[in-house]
Design a protein around this ligand. Structure first.
Ligand SMILES: *[C@@H]1O[C@H](CO)[C@@H](O)[C@H](O)[C@H]1NC(C)=O
Ligand SMILES: *[C@@H]1O[C@H](CO)[C@@H](O)[C@H](O)[C@H]1NC(C)=O
Ligand SMILES: *[C@@H]1O[C@H](CO)[C@@H](O)[C@H](O)[C@H]1NC(C)=O
Length: 404
């Protein structure tokens, strides 16, 4: 009997090790902690997949239930007063520093990540990041809770964050928060970096707004969906924490719940011949430096039916894909900070945008981390604190401090 139990135990251990063990590049530190985190994320993904298969719930709704376990209340601490409110009906979490300030304060408007489908300003890691930003910079932080897919699709997510920005940039509102109109920035990670980049571009043409942004900070942003076969998508399809499959689902879900777009995007056949004039803006063969291109052979996105682009024109809209904006739209962008991670499907989106901004004459600092993966920024609190998470957050806040 005892030996049978031992056998079961051995099998269970092997299965667990098999589940936990994923090959990781040597450059990723604290490998087992990262594997444990990744296994947790994969488990959520599998549970969501199963629930959808059984017809119980939409995949993203299950992921959302799981992220809501991470919610925390707006609790003030010794440094920062935290409150939940709304700006023109869009929920926001506001962080006001308690330190005295003889001058008007700086402000950061932050958009959380989560593929336009999940996440919230109230999630612990985002709350912590906003708190740190506010405390260390003695700045007002506005963290927006825009609506998410599958309940809404593009352009609603964009419009919600744009509403927040437009509301905040009114002279009376800035005065109410004692914010300096010349020292305001937008920032966000992943899908939030996408929204921040889109907001910065769109504000330039908005004549209702007289206040200009001083900076934009884009943390491993998603910037285009016309080519899902860049070297970084090829190399990092199975890296923590964002698999290619999930990113493709996030993109297609941003536009529609119709699964046929997801299928076309995963084979890179969702673009039509008529949209080929935009390919040059995301042509990695032209825009990536050699160290990222390596020996990858460029395959132009294949032309599919015009069905998708006609039905979901958002795919080619710079408000969804800021990398597809004309050079004219880039030239006057504010001072920029851009983070990319080597082991991230979205790496090349960021590297290409950095190249285009630089060429357009925008002042940009591009921090590329050879030893990082998508989502690393989250992990700054024990027991899931990673040294890479601390390094990223510290450099980001230092850059804000020097440039905002
Ligand atoms: C408040 O700020 C101080 C100084 O930066 C820091 O040491 C302390 O940990 C902060 N408190 C909280 C609750 O974050
Ligand atoms: C992409 O760039 C390469 C140059 O590196 C060029 O030869 C190719 O024609 C471009 N493809 C498209 C579709 O723009
Ligand atoms: C994580 O936090 C613990 C407790 O604060 C600390 O001892 C440890 O050095 C931290 N690890 C990293 C990698 O920062």
């Amino acid at each position: 009997m005892a030996s049978l139990k031992l056998l079961y135990l051995a099998i269970a251990t092997l299965l667990l090790a098999y589940y936990l063990y994923i090959p990781l590049p040597d450059s990723i530190e604290e490998g087992w902690k990262v594997r444990l985190i990744d296994a947790t994320f994969r488990t959520f993904g599998h549970a969501a997949g199963l629930a959808e298969l059984l017809g119980l719930k939409h995949y993203m709704e299950v992921l959302m239930l799981m992220t809501s376990a991470e919610y925390c209340a707006p609790i003030s601490d010794e440094n920062v007063t935290v409150t939940d409110t709304t700006f023109n009906n869009v929920p926001v979490r506001v962080y006001l520093p308690r330190q005295e300030s003889r001058v008007l304060r700086r402000a950061v408007i932050y958009f959380h990540g989560g593929g336009w489908c999940v996440g919230s300003a109230a999630m612990k890691p985002y709350d912590l990041l906003s708190r740190m930003t506010s405390g260390r910079l003695n700045a007002v932080v506005i963290s927006a809770d825009y609506r998410l897919a599958p309940h809404v699709h593009f352009p609603t997510q964009f419009e919600d964050v744009y509403t927040v920005v437009k509301f905040f940039l009114q002279k009376e509102v800035l005065a109410q928060y004692a914010v300096d109109p010349e020292r305001i920035g937008v920032s966000g990670d992943s899908a939030g970096g996408n929204l921040a980049a889109a907001v910065a571009q769109q504000l330039q043409d908005d004549h209702e707004i007289t206040v200009q942004l001083k900076i934009q900070a884009l943390l491993y942003p998603a910037l285009q969906s016309i080519d899902m076969d860049t070297p970084s998508y090829r190399e990092n399809a199975y890296m923590p924490l964002l698999k290619k499959r999930l990113m493709v689902t996030f993109w297609s879900e941003y536009f529609t719940t119709d699964k046929s777009l997801n299928d076309a995007m995963s084979t890179n056949t969702h673009i039509t011949l008529e949209s080929s004039h935009l390919i040059k803006f995301a042509n990695w063969s032209m825009l990536l430096p050699k160290e990222f291109k390596k020996d990858h052979v460029y395959r132009k996105p294949q032309h599919g039916t015009s069905h998708f682009v006609n039905k979901f024109p958002g795919i080619l809209d710079p408000r969804a894909a800021p990398l597809l904006a004309d050079d004219d739209k880039l030239r006057n962008l504010p001072r920029s900070y851009l983070v990319t991670c080597m082991h991230d499907v979205l790496r090349d989106d960021g590297v290409m945008y950095a190249a285009r901004l630089k060429k357009a004459g925008v002042h940009i600092v591009h921090d590329h981390y050879d030893d990082a993966f998508h989502g690393a920024l989250f992990f700054t609190e024990w027991p899931l604190n990673l040294s890479i998470g601390h390094r990223m957050v510290n450099r980001y806040i230092d850059w804000l401090d020097e440039n905002l």
